[in-house]
Design a protein around this ligand. Structure first.
Ligand code: HEC
Ligand code: HEC
Length: 277
């Protein structure tokens, strides 16, 4: 049975609330993070983009203001140990080659995903290709704790840098595919990403204050799950909520969708690792 999007909206119980926009500054250790920006030119239906942080309760927001309170930082510390740990047949650690530490990767996260040699590459690919090709180590699972901790550690080096992914040139076909997915209605509810995150952001969907679904804070620590959540895991969860079959983490569909969603965040500062409900 298919039901129309508006029935779905009614079924999900969307109600309107006003977005708190004043006195809502995210400042971490004295550094101000931009959580509101003019929408990038390619966005036709939004004038302003907001970080998901702006839609959380003040209790959840507070956890991200101080790194000592941010539960994601435990995982970042674990990733620092992993960075030093020798693994695989070649007897190397990340730091064997990256002797300046993860600081070397400042700015990288803000420009990802990107096309390398005709392939759309996300951070998980870079990490696993190094593990497999140069270390002779087993690849990490996409949403595994080690992998997402490392993605968070590398992402943290770009915190406070504006998201700036490339969408033209080699990236254009991937971006177009991601955009198409974003506007595709999925599942029994026949809802697209845009139906929730573009048309209805700022409203309540059951107990959740609906955001624009930005990914400038990923991987995010979800209080509900008490761990770091990957971007593709979040996409899966959202598609499942429309009662649809979903794509696999690491699939070409989710890579393309990641590029498109990241481009919707262009201009917002990287917040990695963010804290969400
Ligand atoms: C044998 C040496 C070696 C080891 C071990 C190694 N890397 Fe690298 N890595 C490199 C070199 C050389 C580059 C730069 C050239 C390139 O981009 O491939 C690089 C680049 C990178 C980049 C940036 C790529 C870009 O596009 O800017 C990331 C991220 C990275 N490495 C992560 C890691 C992580 C995480 C580990 C441990 C799991 C690791 N590397 C282990 C040699 C190594
Ligand atoms: C039925 C409504 C609905 C649909 C459709 C939906 N989402 Fe979501 N999404 C939510 C809710 C509810 C949340 C949790 C509250 C929030 O952060 O907006 C969420 C959260 C997110 C987040 C986390 C934002 C943050 O700041 O942590 C991302 C990213 C996201 N969605 C992306 C997507 C993408 C991509 C699609 C399409 C594949 C999609 N969503 C489809 C309802 C939806």
């Amino acid at each position: 049975m298919k039901i129309g999007a508006w029935t779905a909206v009614a079924m999900l119980g969307l109600t309107s609330v006003t977005l708190a926009q004043d006195g809502n500054t995210l400042s971490i250790d004295g550094e101000t993070i931009v959580t509101e920006a003019v929408a990038p030119a390619h966005l036709e239906n939004l004038d302003t983009i907001y970080s998901g942080w702006r839609f959380r309760t003040s209790e959840t927001q507070a956890l991200q203001i101080d790194d000592f309170d941010n539960p994601a930082m435990i995982f970042v510390d674990q990733a620092l140990d992993l960075f030093e740990a020798v693994d695989g047949s070649e007897g190397k650690s990340c730091s064997s080659c990256h002797t300046d530490g993860p600081e070397e990767f400042a700015g990288l996260h803000a420009s990802m995903p990107k096309v390398v040699d005709g392939k759309l590459v996300v951070m998980e690919d870079l990490i696993n290709s190094h593990r497999q090709d140069v270390m002779g180590a087993e690849p990490w699972k996409w949403s595994g704790a080690d992998m997402q901790a490392m993605v968070a550690l590398i992402g943290l080096q770009s915190r406070g840098t504006p998201m700036d992914v490339t969408i033209d040139g080699d990236a254009a076909p991937f971006w177009e595919k991601g955009k198409e997915l974003y506007y595709t209605r999925f599942g029994q509810l026949e809802m697209s990403c845009a139906n929730c995150h573009e048309d209805n952001y700022g409203t309540m969907i059951r107990a959740d204050h609906l955001s624009q679904g930005q990914i400038n804070g990923f991987p995010t620590y979800r209080l509900k799950q008490a761990k770091l959540i990957s971007r593709h895991n979040r996409f899966r969860g959202c598609i499942r909520d429309t009662r649809a079959e979903t794509f696999a983490e690491g699939s070409d569909e989710f890579r393309a969708l990641e590029l498109y969603v990241a481009s919707r965040s262009n201009g917002l500062h990287v917040e990695t690792p963010a804290v969400r409900q």
